[in-house]
Design a protein around this ligand. Structure first.
Ligand code: C6P
Length: 407
């Protein structure tokens, strides 16, 4: 059995047929990844043997559940190379992690007229929280432009830094262009200009090794469901000294040390930001996802995806009538968004689905980026550790069939 066949056998859903005789070809991992048995089994085992509420009981199950929940945090912290597990806050997803920073840091430390610097390639989850903050406290938003070939305009970035923004917030990897941004270099420049740095890691942590200390970012947000884990849980990494100074995000149980009728004292990190009963089984699944990724090795995963992406890019590029977005030669992540001349992306995706091929069509929650390129929508194929070259071949055949059908 070769490595990819062995990996695929760990994912029950990859054995599925979409209809009799039509196997699933899952090319939508940027939307959400599939889950290996290790993750599914750990969650089912948690409910079958250890289910209880955490941090609240002294009985055996409560202690076991708490231990599992915190052990998962430890694994996640190690995975992204945080200094301490206290710098890893569980959130619902990347979106909530970014909203947490906008609310808990932004509302406390930003004043009217302060600048937050974003980019034109952001997902809505790194745009709208800042729009909301602008509308409520009067901050100003500026955007690093995207070049015609899908990279951030670094010269323009350096100029925008002269405006002394308080925060630079940008994606590590674009979910449309596949661009991998130079985080370390950008963070260095931002810090030199006196700004903090928030990175949206939704499309990076799942695909290559991330070291938040080496990158020297202040905040880093990601979701479990894109990295083999369950939906409903994600994480925010934050430097301890910043998290300490921020106001709580939501109020309720677990995030307090003491409550009086007149007020409360916030709990220590990371609990200060985790109000109410959290997603416990999901945290356990998140921890198992990290175990699985570590076992395969992030460098091996990245290498496989680079190869698959290069293969897909070269075949798609040579398909007449197909236009690809993003940089051709730049090392890029495993997503390729494209247009098929004269055919709406939804029709492309629907017809591919009849051959069992799952791709995404639409603006991929990056409407401003699509507007920039003057198109309402694209079709997007995205890859992961379990994607095989034969699946790319089937995508190409599927696209030729779509083109033939539309004449
Ligand atoms: N992009 C896609 O199909 P959540 O939904 O919070 O887990 O992740 C949001 C998010 C943030 N940043 C980037 C770069 C993303 O790609 C995503 C999710 C999915 O592209 C769903 S829209």
């Amino acid at each position: 059995m070769n490595e990819i066949t062995r990996i695929r056998s760990d994912f029950p859903i990859l054995q599925r047929e979409i209809k009799p005789g039509v196997p699933l070809i899952y090319l939508d991992s940027a939307a959400t990844s599939q889950k290996p048995s290790l993750v599914l089994d750990s969650m089912s085992e948690y409910y079958a043997r250890h289910n209880a509420n955490i941090h609240r009981g002294v009985h055996t199950l409560a202690e076991e559940a708490t231990e599992l929940y915190e052990a998962a945090r430890g694994k996640i912290s190690k995975f992204i190379h945080a200094r301490s597990h206290t710098e890893v806050i569980y959130t619902r997803n990347t979106t909530e992690a970014i909203n947490l920073v906008a609310y808990s840091w932004g509302r406390k430390f930003l004043k009217p007229g302060d600048i937050v610097l974003l980019t034109e390639m952001e997902h809505h989850s790194n745009l709208v929280p800042w729009h909301i903050l602008r509308d409520s406290i009067g901050i100003e938003l500026k955007f690093i432009p995207v070049t015609a070939d899908g990279l951030l305009d670094m010269a323009e970035y350096e100029k925008l830094l002269q405006l002394e923004p308080k925060l630079v917030s940008f994606t590590h990897a674009s979910n449309v262009l596949g661009t991998i941004n130079p985080v370390q270099e950008m963070a260095r420049s931002a810090h030199r200009a006196g700004a903090l740095v928030l990175v949206d890691g939704a499309q990076s942590v799942p695909h290559f090794s991330v070291d938040v200390q080496q990158l020297d970012v202040d905040f880093y947000a990601f979701s479990a469901h894109k990295m083999l884990g369950p939906t409903g849980i994600g994480a925010l990494y934050g430097k301890r000294e910043l998290l300490e100074k921020m106001q709580p995000f939501m109020g309720g149980g677990d995030m307090i040390r003491e409550v009086r009728l007149e007020g409360f004292t916030a709990n220590e990190l990371p609990y200060k930001f985790e109000a109410g009963t959290p997603a416990i089984a999901e945290a356990v699944g998140f921890g198992s996802a990290v175990d699985y990724l570590t076992q395969i090795g992030m460098d091996a995963i990245h290498q496989h995806e680079l190869e698959i992406t290069k293969y897909a890019y070269s075949l798609l590029m040579n398909l007449p009538g197909v236009t690809l977005f993003g940089h051709e030669k730049q090392k890029r992540g495993g997503v390729i968004a494209f247009e098929v001349a004269g055919i709406h992306p939804h029709d492309v995706a629907q017809l591919l689905d009849s051959d069992g091929i799952a791709v995404r069509a639409g603006h991929h929650c990056a409407m401003p980026l699509h507007q920039k390129f003057g198109i309402p929508a694209t079709t997007r194929a995205s890859f992961y550790m379990y994607t095989e070259k034969s699946e790319i071949d089937k995508l190409i055949l599927g696209l030729k069939k779509v083109q033939k059908l539309f004449g």
